[in-house]
Design a protein around this ligand. Structure first.
Ligand SMILES: NC(=O)c1ccc[n+]([C@@H]2O[C@H](COP(=O)([O-])OP(=O)(O)OC[C@H]3O[C@@H](n4cnc5c(N)ncnc54)[C@H](O)[C@@H]3O)[C@@H](O)[C@H]2O)c1
Length: 301
C-alpha cells in the first residue's frame, strides 16, 4: 500500500497557523467582494485540489499554483508522482490517491479536505486518458473507460467542489479539456467526444453557479509534450523523438492536421499558466470560457 507511507499523513495535517494552517484562509481578500486585487503572490493561502497531478500537465499545474503561494492537494490514481511533489514542496503540497471515476471516493476526499485543511477555493480537473482507435475497431471497454475518466470524473469532482463553493459564495473550477473537443480528429472519436462533453458540462455548471460567486472555465490544450502525447507517436525505439515532434508541428494533410502555426509543441507549463490565470483574481470576470492553448493548431485566431 504505497499511500500508507505518505510523507504527509492526512490526519496529522497541521491545523494551526502556517501555510497549511488557518492563518491564510481568513486573511485572504477576495476582489469579487471588495474590488481589491490580491498583491503578488496572487494565490497566497488559497487551497486547490488538482486531479491527475502526478505527471505531465497536472504536475505543471501544481507547480504553477505553488509558485503563486497556493496550497495544493495533489491527487492522482498513481501515487508515485504526487508523493514526489509532496516531498519536493514540503508543507505547501499534500498528496492523496484519487480515482476520479469513483464518485463516492471523490465526495469523501473533498469532505475530508474541507474538514482537515479548510475551504476549497480552487478545483482543477486534469485527470484524463486517451484510447485511440478508428470507430469501427473501438471497443465498448475503451469507450466506457474514456468517458468514465474524462467526462464522469470531471462531473464528480466539479459537483463535490461546487456544492461547497456555492454555499460560501466563492470559488473557481477549471477543467483541462482538449482542442480535440472542437475539431474532428481521426482515431480520437471517444477522446474528442468525452472532452466535448466535459467542456459543455463545465459551461453549464458555470451558468448555474455564476450568481453564487463561482466561476467555471475550461482550458483546451493542443499537442503538449507529456507521456500521453509521446504514446500517440508511432515512432520506433531507434527513431529520433525530435522527428515525431516535427511531424506534429508541421502537420499532416493526409490526416487533416494543419500543424501548429506558432511552430512549436506546447510545454506542460504553457497549459499550466493558462490554468493559473483562470483560477486567479485577474480572471474574476471570466466564466464559461474555453481557453485554447494550442499554438493556433485549430485555427481559432
Ligand atoms: N498531452 C497532450 O497533448 C494533451 C492535449 C490536450 C489535452 N490534454 C489533456 O490534459 C490532461 C493531462 O494530460 P497529460 O498529457 O498530462 O496526460 P498524462 O497521461 O501524462 O497524465 C494524466 C494523469 O492522469 C492520471 N489519471 C488517469 N486516470 C485517472 C483517474 N481515473 N483518476 C485520477 N487520475 C487519473 C494519470 O495517472 C496521470 O498522472 C488530460 O485530461 C488530457 O486529456 C493533453
Amino acid at each position: 500500500m504505497p499511500y500508507a507511507t505518505t510523507t504527509r499523513p492526512w490526519a496529522t495535517a497541521p491545523s494551526g497557523p502556517g501555510r497549511w494552517g488557518g492563518g491564510g484562509l481568513g486573511a485572504r481578500r477576495h476582489p469579487e467582494g471588495d474590488g481589491h486585487v490580491s498583491a503578488d503572490p496572487e494565490l497566497s493561502g488559497r487551497l486547490a485540489l488538482v486531479t491527475g497531478a502526478g505527471r505531465g500537465i497536472g504536475k505543471a499545474v501544481v507547480t504553477a499554483l505553488v509558485e503563486r503561494d497556493a496550497r495544493v492537494l495533489a491527487t492522482d490514481l498513481d501515487p508515485e508522482g504526487v508523493e514526489a511533489l509532496a516531498e519536493k514542496y514540503g508543507d505547501q503540497v499534500a498528496a492523496r490517491p484519487l480515482d476520479v471515476t469513483d464518485a463516492a471516493a471523490v465526495e469523501a476526499l473533498v469532505a475530508e479536505t474541507e474538514r482537515t485543511l479548510g475551504a476549497l477555493d480552487i478545483a482543477v480537473n486534469v485527470a484524463g486518458i486517451l484510447r485511440g482507435s478508428p470507430v469501427v475497431d473501438l471497443t465498448d471497454a475503451d469507450w466506457a473507460a474514456t468517458f468514465a475518466v474524462n467526462t464522469s470524473g470531471v462531473f464528480h469532482v466539479s459537483r463535490s467542489a461546487a456544492r461547497r463553493m456555492t454555499e460560501r459564495g466563492r470559488g473557481t473550477i477549471v477543467t483541462v479539456a482538449s482542442n480535440a473537443a472542437g475539431i474532428p480528429r481521426a482515431g480520437l472519436s471517444a477522446y474528442a467526444a468525452s472532452k466535448a462533453a466535459a467542456v459543455m458540462f463545465t459551461k453549464c455548471l458555470g451558468l448555474e453557479v455564476a450568481s453564487r460567486g463561482v466561476r467555471c472555465n475550461t482550458v483546451s490544450p493542443g499537442s503538449t509534450l507529456t507521456d500521453m502525447q509521446r504514446a500517440l507517436w508511432t515512432v520506433s525505439d531507434d527513431e529520433d523523438p525530435a522527428a515525431a515532434v516535427r511531424r506534429v508541428v508541421e502537420g499532416d494533410l493526409a490526416t487533416h492536421r494543419t500543424g501548429i502555426p506558432l511552430g512549436r509543441m506546447a510545454d506542460p507549463s504553457d497549459v499550466a499558466e493558462a490554468v493559473a490565470f483562470l483560477v486567479s483574481d485577474r480572471a474574476r470576470h471570466i466564466t464559461m470560457h474555453d481557453l485554447y492553448v494550442d499554438g493556433g493548431a485549430t485555427l481559432r485566431a
